[in-house]
Design a protein around this ligand. Sequence first.
Ligand SMILES: [Ca+2]
Length: 156
Amino acid sequence: MTYEFSKIVTECQGNLALNKPAKQSSNYADSDYLAQKAVDGNTDGFDFSRTELKANQWWMVDLGEQYEVTNIELYNRNENRSRLQKVYILTSNYSSPSNPYLNSGEWTVRYYHHPPYGAIGNIILEEGVFVRHVAVLSSHDEGVTLAEVKVYVYRE
Ligand SMILES: [Ca+2]
């Protein structure tokens, strides 16, 4: 008889969000600031995603499968940092969740920051949070702009 065990993550797998499919609620004008800019591995604050300048815009990435995520790192842009305010970080373990919005049964708010005025940094999740999708939503009326989002499993 053969026993098969689920693979257990015992070491850091690197940034799980890197080059994963990302999308956002709107694209700023005809700009190049598409959602994928926030998962291209470049944390340069001059290379960023950007939605339209209005409230309740969001950005999200699909990690492809569920992970027990421990850390989410956000990098703001270099200029006009204060545009990124009233920031919610949400996660979902649904395979195809609806668009991120507050008070949805498919998304859980893991973090809220107001006002950040600068780099947002490293958010550490509690143990046992299984994540397939990570979203960033802002209720501020200047939209969501992100240089990079990184997602890690550090815990054994
Ligand atoms: Ca980037």
